[in-house]
Ligand binder design. Structure first.
Ligand code: DGT
Ligand code: CA
Ligand code: CA
Ligand code: ZN
Length: 573
């Protein structure tokens, strides 16, 4: 399991190189980080199966960085990185994790005030030293102090996408073991939560001793936290804790129900069971008589059935109304991965993506899609190599050209920056040349609530756009959401028939389940948007389906499930 390590080392290298003002190189490292973040498989597995060529086959990974990935896989470290770290005296990882603090400022603060880490920075702010520097007012000091508090309050949780390959690996390691009849993953992972604290597995087996011995001696185990007959816990190399419980076949349903959680859902469900004359525990559903009589527990379905309610999908089990809805048989029929016909929001070589229009189209086809929609950046600042008016015609020409030989429908489009004033940075008359217009905020994320809300509202009101890209701009555990009044924005999007994006980049997942549900209740509709910059990036779309399900969405709420003529009609300006 090396994805996280590669990501950590490469991000860190990119930051150091940025600080040293090395041109181009940082971009290359960032690019590879994005590719690996988008992988649904571990680079180590790819390497063991296909060797270095397998790594070099990941689009965007060149010889030099490919060999560095190989070194990390084989040795767990990278000499080049250790050397760089020695050269630089600043704790770049810590400082750059503070929101609003970029490499330029870090460098400047080191030069002026000898600030090497967050603690130095905090001291300098408290002594009001920063406000004397040009470009650093009292407001900046306040923001940075909040930023330091933000990184320090950050709980150590893993992204869902980081857990995904681990769950796959552990499942196959345990599934084939002698005496294991069935294996299930429970906990927050099974509920499709955007982050997971630890992993919870259940197995059915009569050979507890063998199972536990095998589990605690897996090669990935760094530390054995507990070793028992029915429950063991281990810690993996990357720090993640994994709990394993062995249960009886007759109890699997009730144990799953308990360990899938959430805790809040369990508590309510138990109360309900009591009201109906039962007791519910991880061992089963029992009639509340003396002696207690077992009535259900083999499957989760039979437990919900005996309680005279609908089966509740794990993604909904957060005690936010799902129990009442299930009792009234009013749960929505949730959208599934199979309902998805195509993908929105993909980048190519025409802006900061790693693959061509043709390659991305073929990949979408391989994934079973009937359409793909391109959205290269149209920007006047910040983003590398954006589209501009001059490039736009050639870009559209290439899309038409690829369409001629493609089996799937290709929608043209662009992801256009919303500037500070709430306008799109494209001449208005060019919008009609695009099938799909995505408007996104990429800069000035720090604006106060009224400012940033009216900025986005203005864009939604005055411009003909189809999709609002990554509406809150949060990066999970890295960057807080923008301060906008989402309810106003959702309402405006609904009134103007603008779709809200469910961005499926693993650390964005933006909108998330909660916000999707709020917007859905207001009548909004949504797109699943991988925001892919590589072929692998396209594979992240199922992460968005989990969020959509956590947001109680049905098939028809997602444009991606519509047929092509309906989309064409809806999107024609
Ligand atoms: P995590 O690991 O923080 O991402 O969240 P979970 O939901 O996976 O929580 P975890 O691993 O502590 O426990 C797994 C499930 O076990 C949890 O979702 C519900 C159940 N559970 C744990 N502790 C309790 C408890 O004290 N009461 C009840 N009713 N259920 C519990
Ligand atoms: Ca857990
Ligand atoms: Ca646990
Ligand atoms: Zn974007």
């Amino acid at each position: 399991m090396k994805n996280e390590l590669v990501i950590k080392i490469f991000s860190s290298i990119a930051q150091i190189l940025e600080l040293q003002e090395v041109p181009w190189k940082p971009q290359a490292y960032h690019k590879v980080v994005r590719i690996i973040e988008g992988l649904t498989e571990d680079v180590e597995d790819i390497y063991h199966r296909e060797g270095l060529p397998g790594i070099l086959n990941l689009s965007g990974v060149g010889d030099n960085l490919g060999k560095k990935i190989e070194e990390i896989i084989l040795t767990g470290k990278l000499e080049y990185y250790d050397k760089l770290k020695k050269e630089i005296k600043i704790d770049i990882d810590e400082l750059s994790s503070i929101p609003t603090l970029g490499p330029k400022k870090i460098k400047y603060l080191y030069a002026k005030l000898n600030i090497k880490n967050a603690e130095d920075l905090k001291k300098a702010i408290l002594q009001q030293k920063l406000r004397e520097l040009p470009g650093f007012g009292a407001e900046t000091e306040k923001k940075l102090l909040e930023g330091i508090a933000f990184i320090r309050s950050k709980p150590k949780r893993f992204l869902y996408a980081q857990a995904l390959p681990i769950v796959g690996e552990l499942t196959s390691a345990l599934k084939n073991l002698e005496g294991v009849d069935q294996i299930e993953v429970a906990g927050s992972f099974r509920r499709g939560q955007e982050t997971v604290g630890d992993l919870d597995f259940l197995v059915i087996s009569k050979k507890q001793e063998i199972v536990m011995k095998h589990f605690t001696s897996l090669p990935q185990v760094k530390e054995i936290i507990a070793h028992g007959l029915t429950k063991s816990s281990i810690r993996l190399d990357n720090g993640m804790q994994v709990d394993l419980r062995v249960v009886k076949k007759k109890e699997l349903g009730s144990a799953l129900n308990y360990f899938i959680g959430s805790k809040a859902h369990n508590v309510e469900l138990r109360k309900l069971a009591l009201k109906k004359g039962f007791t519910l525990s991880e061992y089963g559903l029992f009639r509340h008589t003396t002696p207690k009589r077992w009535v259900a527990g083999r499957t989760e379905e039979e437990i919900y059935h005996k309680l005279k309610m609908q089966y509740i999908p794990p993604e909904l089990r957060e005690n936010t109304g799902e129990i009442a809805a299930a009792l009234q048989h009013h749960l929505p029929k949730l959208v599934t991965v199979k309902d998805i016909n195509g993908l929105f929001h993909t980048h190519t070589l025409w802006s900061d993506g790693n693959s061509s229009i043709l390659e991305m189209t073929k990949k979408a086809e391989l994934l079973g899609m009937k359409f793909i929609s391109f959205a290269d950046h149209y920007s006047t600042m910040g983003i590398t190599n954006p589209l501009n008016e001059k490039k736009l015609d050639q870009y559209l020409k290439e899309i038409s050209h690829v369409q001629k030989t493609s089996k799937i429908r290709i929608f043209s489009g662009a992801e256009i920056d919303i500037n500070k004033d709430g306008d799109l940075v494209i001449p208005r008359h060019r919008l009609k040349d695009l099938d799909v217009v995505i408007a996104s905020v990429h800069s000035s994320l720090q604006m106060r609530e009224e400012e940033i809300t009216s900025r986005i509202m203005k864009c939604l009101k005055n411009w003909d756009i189809h999709i609002l890209g990554h509406p809150t701009n949060r990066l999970i555990q890295e960057r807080p959401p923008i301060q906008a009044n989402l309810e106003h924005i959702f309402q405006e999007a609904k009134d103007r028939g603008i779709f809200l994006e469910i961005n499926t980049q693993p650390s964005r997942l933006d909108l998330n389940g909660q916000n999707i549900r709020k917007a859905g209740e207001l009548g909004c509709r949504f797109t699943i948007s991988p925001d892919a910059h590589s072929l692998q990036g396209l594979e992240t779309f199922p992460l968005g389906i989990l969020q959509a399900r956590r947001g109680w969405l049905k098939k028809k709420d997602l444009v991606n499930s519509w047929n092509i003529s309906k989309i064409e009609k809806e999107f024609s300006l």
